[in-house]
Design a protein around this ligand. Structure first.
Ligand code: ADP
Ligand code: MG
Length: 270
């Protein structure tokens, strides 16, 4: 099987939704792991002070660990704070610690506070078309539309919105889309919502299929064809410091994330 082709230049994709618990982190880490397994060079930037992506990757994120905080607040180069993700070749992480919780406040007085992450990416020799580039930079956002998420939106070209197949799935989506539109208009003209990913889909319930149908009616082809099933193995994996891609590669959750990763890669070929 030929290796998956690399994109011509780094794709920067943010996983955003101001609702908590919809699958932002789970989707980020598993798609990142899947892309790495497909031979891509991948960087995950953890922008959530909770550091859940770090947990899934078994990477330290105790207070004081250099990471996203140093990049945003102190202007540290990304290369200085990236760490390899154990057991997943080709995958690196910028860790987030609880220090990041203070960053929103600390940056309020700073000029260009919305552009901190964009500037860091622009300065990195591994973002762009160089041979040793990251093919994908995936950014995991906190559950809010504050300055951290805005930094991610300004730094990205593509927004992936995970949507939990639940009753209130579409609630709050308008606000998120409005924020994306504001960032696009004021700060980042190349930003677009490229994909919506249905997560925690339970094929046995009518509700899940109704929600999926409704999302598709509203958003058409932006909705990814791959749905991520609700699966215990997916939720267990982080407690073993793993993604489901290594924890149980043959499980339905892992296979779906592999499909989602391939679909995402295909989008980039257009
Ligand atoms: P967010 O980052 O949006 O807050 P998470 O990715 O942390 O959401 O997911 C919220 C919870 O749902 C976590 O406990 C996670 O393990 C669980 N979860 C996410 N996706 C699935 C899935 N496909 N099947 C079962 N549980 C899931
Ligand atoms: Mg999260």
């Amino acid at each position: 099987r030929p290796p998956m082709p690399r994109p011509a230049r780094t794709r920067v994709i943010v996983s955003a939704n101001q609702k908590g618990g919809v699958g932002k982190t789970t989707s980020t880490v598993n798609i990142a792991a899947a892309l790495a397994q497909l031979g891509q060079k991948v960087l995950v930037i953890d922008l959530d002070p909770q550091g859940n992506a770090c947990t899934a990757f078994d990477v330290d994120h105790y207070q004081g660990t250099p990471g996203t905080y140093e990049v945003l607040v102190e202007g540290a180069p990304l290369e200085d704070v990236v760490v390899p993700v154990p057991k997943l070749e080709g995958l690196e992480l910028v860790p987030a610690t609880i220090d990041l919780a203070g960053a929103e406040v600390e940056l309020v007085e700073e000029g260009g506070r919305e552009q901190r992450l964009k500037t860091a990416l622009a300065k990195s020799p591994r973002v762009g078309d160089a041979e040793d580039r990251w093919d994908y930079v995936l950014i995991d956002c906190p559950p809010s539309l504050g300055l951290l998420t805005v930094n991610a939106l300004v730094a990205s070209t593509e927004v992936m919105i995970p949507i939990q197949a639940e009753y209130y799935a579409l609630e709050g989506l308008g606000q998120l889309l409005k924020t994306v539109e504001m960032v696009r208009a004021a700060l980042n003209p190349s930003l677009k919502v490229s994909s919506m990913l249905i997560t925690m889909y339970d094929a046995r319930t009518r509700l899940a299929s109704q929600v999926a149908e409704e999302v598709r009616e509203h958003f058409g082809d932006t909705v990814m064809r791959t749905f991520i099933p609700r699966a215990v193995r997916v939720s267990e994996a982080p407690s073993f410091g793993q993604t489901v891609m290594t924890y149980d590669p043959g499980s339905p959750g892992a296979l779906s994330y592999l499909e989602a990763a391939k679909e995402l890669a295909k989008q980039g070929e257009k």
